[in-house]
Design a protein around this ligand. Structure first.
Ligand SMILES: [Fe+2]
Length: 172
């Protein structure tokens, strides 16, 4: 850890940096997966999804940068190379051969949900460390990921059970 005049003790900074480096790896992996989907999908709805996946990549990229810069502010070393990311990320490998829009929507939804879950857990970690600023960064990342999950997932075909449920509620 680098010396800094920030008013947070080194033990807390060090633990926060470790957590943030985990989220950094997940964020970079997710960004690459959204780009993979952007390049390779085919089928009905291609253009809208092609654009949506690029929007998702750009949105995640902003949060990745904020997380990396917070690591630096805390005196840590941001670890964002592809070598480190492949070792550290908790997100499953993106399926290599998928083409169909629905398969990409499903794979990307799973990846976003994984990142969202770990971001939400990180909020609780920040609460324990009483670091409101890092907590705010994680809240903001989680809020954005919840929105991206909704935007991506909503393009998936509605399952028959969910459709019936909605129809029965409409009839009531
Ligand atoms: Fe592109």
């Amino acid at each position: 850890m680098l010396a800094t005049r920030i008013d947070i003790v080194e033990t807390t900074r060090s633990k926060t940096v470790q957590m943030l480096n985990d989220r950094l790896a997940d964020g970079i992996e997710l960004m690459l997966q959204a780009k993979q989907a952007h390049w390779n999908l085919r089928g009905r709805g291609f253009f809208a999804l092609h654009k949506l996946f690029d929007e998702v990549t750009a949105g995640i990229s902003e949060h990745v940068d904020t997380i990396a810069e917070r690591i630096a502010q805390l005196g840590g070393h941001a670890e964002g190379t592809s070598w480190i990311v492949s070792e550290r990320s908790q997100i499953e490998e993106y399926p290599r051969e998928i083409v169909d829009c629905t398969d990409h929507l499903s794979a990307l939804s799973t990846a976003i949900a994984c990142f969202t879950k770990s971001c939400r857990e990180s909020i609780r970690v920040c609460e324990d460390y009483e670091d409101k600023v890092t907590e705010d960064i994680m809240v903001s990342a989680t809020r954005a990921m919840d929105k991206y999950l909704w935007l991506v997932e909503s393009n998936l075909p509605v399952k028959e059970t969910a459709r019936k449920q909605v129809l029965s509620e409409v009839k009531r």
